[in-house]
Ligand binder design. Sequence first.
Ligand code: G6P
Length: 372
Amino acid sequence: AAAEKGGYPTFMEKEIEEQPRAVADTLLGRTDAEGNLSLDELRIPEEKLRAVERVTIVACGTAAYAGTVAKYAIEHWTRIPVEVALAHEFRYSDPIVDERTLVVSISQSGETMDTLMAVKHARDLGALTVSVCNTLGSTIPRESDAALYTHAGPEIAVASTKAFLAQIAACYLLGLYLAQLRGGAYAEDPQAVMKELHDVPDKIAEVLRRMDRVKEIARFMADTRAVLFLGRNVGFPVALEGALKLKELAYIHAEGFAAGELKHGPIALIEPGQPVFIVVPGPDTPHELHRKVVSNIQEIRARGARTIVIAQDGDTDVEPYADEVIRVPHTMPLLQPLLTVVPLQVFALHLSTAKGLDVDQPRNLAKSVTVE
Ligand code: G6P
């Protein structure tokens, strides 16, 4: 088993380190010489994809957060409405799905029963089904019209890391492909986004080289009882994922919130010393979201929160209100989750280790849940 871990103490550490590769491999071979996306592997006729009027993403756990990132990106690039549904909720609601609905399932294992049931239900209702999956030949891609594989390699640790990044990358590819197929003046140039996306693996590697302080913070926080995570736009699912990782690995009560929601309730939780992670959008994010999140940090800091801020290189606006600043390199706003989630994974892992817990196999959890 030691050999399988490639010199790392745990599978999870190995898999976190493999993330640049997981994303690069997922992007590999999916553009032609001109930089256009070519997803022939989907084997769905282009006219059917062009006719898609809505997208519904079904998934569970971490995969559902990848789906939420995808929603922001696909809607922006294609102007097709995208809904994200937890697979078990989708299945037993009365979902509005027809032949012009593209149902995208996301599953690392391809065996999650809740997700499988949702896919079968969608297919019965006439939807086009695409499986974003990490496991070749597993059940969900077999039961779907098409598969778009993530190439993260086998993921052994129960808590998902590299598969999550690969799922996000695959969803970007799908969104950009739909945008390219449909054309349209509103679409951002898919080639320009792809160019930026191809630079992301090196930036993930850069984030990983900067994790010493995050590990230190995790060790200092071994006795922490509750941690909050805030984000906006694509930073919101990153906050949710940061909280999920901490629950799964360190058994600490953690919650993620949309930063704009703070004033509608969660701010009541802030008391002196309360640790809060804030995922700050890059200063170039539309709608002045950067400024708005900085003012959220200011508000909670004034109430005594201990603010641990994830911000882009060069963003000095956060400094007056941050107890800690964790830096990530610049990328375009919609691609930021591939960088900003990494410190949160590393934090959860090292907090778990500091508490002496089993990082790879947290209590009560299974890698793949094959019962409803
Ligand atoms: C389990 C795992 C989670 C995972 C979820 C979905 O609950 O513990 O880490 O996110 O299943 O798994 P899937 O294989 O469908 O991505």
